[in-house]
Design a protein around this ligand. Structure first.
Ligand code: PGA
Length: 250
């Protein structure tokens, strides 16, 4: 049985003092969950969040990284730097980075490889635009993005990757894919992984849904056959609301 993995994506929000206050309220609310809880926070919060989650079940992730080990890349942060302070996860290829910061399937693939080499778990985002959806291209787009993101990995590496299916039209818009629709897309991604890496690997890969997840729709989404939790943006900024999502079964 795959576990449920629920990750918050704070995006460019939360100052260190706000992050610390959040954790003080959030940690006790999620301490009994069997689900995996991750907070993906801005670089400037990482150290504070790592320190303040030390004795909790909360894991910490970054929202981006560079694919090179080090060098003349002003403003960038490497996988090794993240690993050195205790970060365990990193979001790669979020649609906002693809749209505003020229992230491509090729850079996503390079970052996934470097993350794995440094024992970081990549949370790789894939998803279609509204236009692509209306043209009936959803499955082609998301299976192709998945294939390219994982290109060159072996089975044991693919098993360690988390995929987040995030339809772009559902991000930050309040519009959620229906649970049936989202589950169909997640299934299509799993089938693609099965075609390339075999059914056993596909059965083990965690595939999340993201896009306007909130406490009122989390249960419906997370109890489908193939969705293994969520990547949560806006609703992860409020401790009580995000805790309700993590504790969706209660
Ligand atoms: P949202 O964002 O939950 O605010 O829609 C999700 C995401 O972008 O990861």
């Amino acid at each position: 049985m795959r576990k449920k993995v629920i990750a918050g994506n704070w995006k460019m929000n939360m100052l260190p003092n706000e992050a610390i206050e959040f954790i003080q309220e959030f940690a006790p609310l999620v301490k009994d969950t069997q689900n995996e809880v991750i907070l993906c926070v801005p670089y400037t919060d990482l150290f504070y969040v790592l320190l303040n989650t030390q004795d909790t079940n909360i894991k910490v992730g970054a929202q981006n990284m560079h694919w090179e080990e080090n060098g003349a890349y002003t403003g960038e942060v490497s996988a090794k730097m993240l690993k050195s302070i205790g970060v365990k996860y990193v979001i790669i290829g979020h649609s906002e980075r693809r749209a505003y910061f020229a992230e491509t399937d090729e850079t996503v693939n390079k970052k996934v490889k470097t993350a794995l080499e440094n024992e970081l778990t990549p949370i790789v985002c894939v998803g279609e635009t509204l236009e692509q959806r209306e043209q009936g291209l959803t499955k082609d787009i998301i299976t192709n993005q998945t294939k390219l993101a994982l290109d060159g990995l072996d089975e044991s590496q693919v098993e360690k990757v988390i995929i987040a299916y995030e339809p772009i039209w559902a991000i930050g818009t309040g519009k959620t894919a229906t649970s049936e629709d989202a589950n169909d897309s997640v299934k299509a991604i799993r089938e693609e992984i099965s075609k390339i890496y075999g059914q056993n690997v596909a059965n083990r890969v965690i595939i999340q849904y993201g896009g306007s997840v909130k406490s009122s729709n989390a249960k419906e989404l997370f109890t489908t056959s193939d969705i293994d939790g969520g990547l949560v943006g806006g609703a992860s900024l409020k401790a009580e609301e995000f805790a309700k999502i993590v504790n969706y079964e209660l």
